[in-house]
Every structure is written in structure tokens, then in C-alpha cells.
Design a protein around this ligand. Structure first.
Ligand SMILES: [Zn+2]
Length: 260
């Protein structure tokens, strides 16, 4: 692929599948939801069949086929989108969401359905294949409420706030602003790797890690003064008190707030 000049930050979200820092918004196509609806009906039909019956066996096969079709359709669509993004940009930065954490919240179904993990994995390997830069901005970044023009960090925003005005006068689309912050943070990380100056106040993530930086994310998150399960939680993501719901809070701070 020929070298191009543009670099892009990506905000992964639920209202739009991805929002790019250049303002492009990509909605997940309706056919994904339609096939999901069909799947639900098949599943219900299966549950009405009596165990061991021939009708049940047939229904099981139908459900399995429908599952495979949903997965195939989504994968094809993700391939097209990721190829386009890699082709059009020399560097691609994505906010590393706590997808595992989001998956345990009320947004779980949408999150798993979105398949961001496989999508960002595609971006990553295609970037490597075509000589593009790919990096996850893998620390807590107040990407939603930070003004991408002046850097001022505002108050937390409810999920339904789609646009906002910064005291500096800039008017922001919530998701585009987040994507622009992801781009800026990614570029700062990247230039830091080459020995340049980093914006003060940003905690740099260790260079070679992309996935294993949960502890770094947590440590910065704790400064957000919210009830966050810290390192006391066990490997299952549970709190010492035995509930896993607290995770919701963790991701409210970073993931959900900044993605939707
Ligand atoms: Zn501002």
C-alpha cells in the first residue's frame, strides 16, 4: 500500500460502531441486528421442542447455522471496515477499552455483539502487514470530557449528552472529540517512542505492551476518585465482597463514558 499522510484516532461506541477523529461515523449495519433477531426466534423455537425429539435435533442445527451466519456476516463487515481504515491512514490509534469489564455490565449484549476485540485485532494485524502504525491508547484517558482543543477536562457527562460546549468556545460532538483525543494521545505516545516531548500530565504506557496494561489503567483510574475495585480483586474480576457488579463502576469511569 502506498504511504499516506493522514493519521486517525478511533472511538469505539455503541451508538456508532466507530467514530473517527476526522468526523466519520460508521454505524453498524442493520443486517447485523436483523440476523440477531432471527437468531432469537430460532432459539425460542428450539426451547419449545421436547428433549430427544427429532424436531429438536433439527432446531439445534438451525440455531447453529444461524449463529455461524451472524458471525460470518459480522466478520466480513469488520474486514471491509478495517481494510478501509488501514488503507486510508498511515497511523491508527484506538482507545483500549476494558471490554472484559464492559461485558459484565448492562451493556454486555451490545458489547459482545459489537465484537470490538476481533475488530481491533484486524486493525492490528493489517497495520503490521501493510506497514502502518497501530497503537492502543491503553491508559485511562478522559477522552470524552476533555476538550480536544484546549485540553480542559470537564465534568462527567451522561450517556445521552451527544454534544457539548467547552468554556473555551469549542463546540464538540461527543464521539468525534473523544476520537480526536485518542489521536492526540496516540501521537504523543508514538513521538515519545522517538524521543520527543510528551504532553505533561499524560502517563505513558510501557512501550511494548498492548493488552497487559490493566494495572497501569487501574492505577491512573484510581486518581479519578470513584469507587473502583483496585488490585484487591481476584482474578475473576470479583471484589473481595464476592460480587462482580462493582466492575460496572470501573467501566463507567472509562469505557462506557468515553465510548458511547
Ligand atoms: Zn476547550
Amino acid at each position: 500500500m502506498p504511504t499516506v499522510a493522514s493519521e486517525v484516532g478511533i472511538d469505539l461506541g455503541l451508538t456508532h460502531y466507530v467514530v473517527l477523529s476526522d468526523g466519520t461515523k460508521v454505524t453498524a449495519p442493520k443486517f447485523l441486528r436483523r440476523t440477531a433477531h432471527k437468531l432469537k426466534r430460532l432459539q425460542q423455537s428450539l426451547s419449545r421442542k421436547s428433549p430427544g425429539s427429532n424436531r429438536r435435533k433439527k432446531a439445534v442445527i438451525k440455531v447453529a447455522k444461524a449463529h455461524a451466519k451472524v458471525a460470518d456476516t459480522r466478520r466480513d463487515w469488520q474486514h471491509k471496515l478495517s481494510t478501509t481504515i488501514i488503507r486510508d491512514n498511515q497511523a491508527v490509534y484506538v482507545e483500549d477499552l476494558c471490554i472484559a469489564g464492559l461485558g459484565r455490565t448492562w451493556l454486555a449484549k451490545s458489547v459482545h455483539d459489537a465484537g470490538w476485540a476481533s475488530f481491533t485485532a484486524m486493525l492490528e494485524y493489517k497495520a503490521a502487514r501493510y506497514g502502518r502504525v497501530f497503537a492502543r491508547v491503553d491508559r485511562f484517558l478522559p477522552s470524552t470530557r476533555m476538550c480536544s482543543d484546549c485540553g480542559r477536562v470537564g465534568d462527567k457527562m451522561a450517556l445521552n449528552v451527544r454534544a457539548w460546549q467547552c468554556p473555551c468556545g469549542s463546540h464538540h460532538d461527543r464521539d468525534v472529540n473523544a476520537a480526536r483525543n485518542v489521536l492526540a494521545a496516540g501521537q504523543a505516545d508514538n513521538s515519545n517512542d522517538r524521543g520527543a516531548q510528551v504532553r505533561p500530565g499524560l502517563v505513558r504506557a510501557p512501550r511494548d505492551e498492548t493488552v497487559t496494561s490493566l494495572s497501569a489503567v487501574r492505577s491512573t483510574r484510581s486518581s479519578e476518585a470513584i469507587a473502583v475495585p483496585q488490585n484487591g480483586e481476584d482474578v475473576n474480576g470479583r471484589n473481595p465482597c464476592g460480587t462482580s457488579d462493582h466492575r460496572t463502576r470501573t467501566c463507567d469511569a472509562g469505557g462506557v463514558g468515553s465510548t458511547s
